[in-house]
Design a protein. Structure first.
Length: 202
């Protein structure tokens, strides 16, 4: 009897393991899967592409380079998550930074979280590196603009259905005058999602 119980227990464990292991499928770059109707990587891609194109074509950004003979320098600020979901907005700001750097229209300096690590390294060099190779303290390049913004949502729902609309706004702010140099949103790349609850069969 004990042997039968042990076999049943082992079988149950094996079935649980197989179910937990599930099935993994690698998705292609263009394949879109929306499992739960929440913000996902495809939304990031669509929104960022629209914002990046709008930003690099800004006439006020171009005027800065004409006036100063160089591309403006930008530091990443905070894109606030003011939505009803948990969204890592650093993914948005970093994707924008990476794409804009490749265009050469804007240049970027390290953001707040990165500067502390860089400054620690420079301080270490002052004590341990040769005089010829050690980087000078207090010789950082100051940014001209800060990139900042917000993500908001409007949710319409009833007991069975919901519609989520995402509004992403990003701005380039002049650090000296606090003027808004450029402001863009995802109006040309709207993200609206309809979600319907499945009926639970008892």
């Amino acid at each position: 009897m004990k042997k039968i119980a042990a076999i049943i227990c082992l079988f149950a464990m094996a079935v649980t393991f197989v179910m937990a292991a599930g099935k993994v499928k690698r998705l292609s770059e263009d394949e879109v899967v929306d499992l739960n109707g929440y913000w996902n990587e495809n939304d990031v891609k669509v929104v960022c592409e629209a914002l990046i194109n709008d930003c690099i074509q800004s006439p006020r950004v171009a005027k800065f380079e004409e006036k100063n003979g160089r591309a403006p320098v930008v530091v990443l600020g905070t894109i606030k998550n003011e939505s009803v979901e948990r969204i890592d907005t650093k993914i948005i700001s970093k994707r924008m930074q990476n794409a804009i750097i490749k265009t050469g229209v804007l240049e970027f300096v390290a953001d707040k979280s990165e500067r502390d690590e860089l400054r620690e390294e420079v301080a270490q060099q002052a004590d341990h590196s040769s005089e010829e190779t050690a980087k000078a303290i207090d010789e950082e390049e100051g940014a001209d603009f800060m990139l900042m913004g917000s993500v908001k949502t409007i949710v319409q729902q009833n007991a069975k259905e919901s519609i989520r609309t995402y509004y992403v706004t990003v701005q380039l702010m002049d650090l000296q005058s606090h003027r808004i140099i450029w402001s863009g949103d995802n109006e040309d790349a709207p993200v609206r999602k309809y979600f319907k609850q499945k009926k639970v069969k008892l």
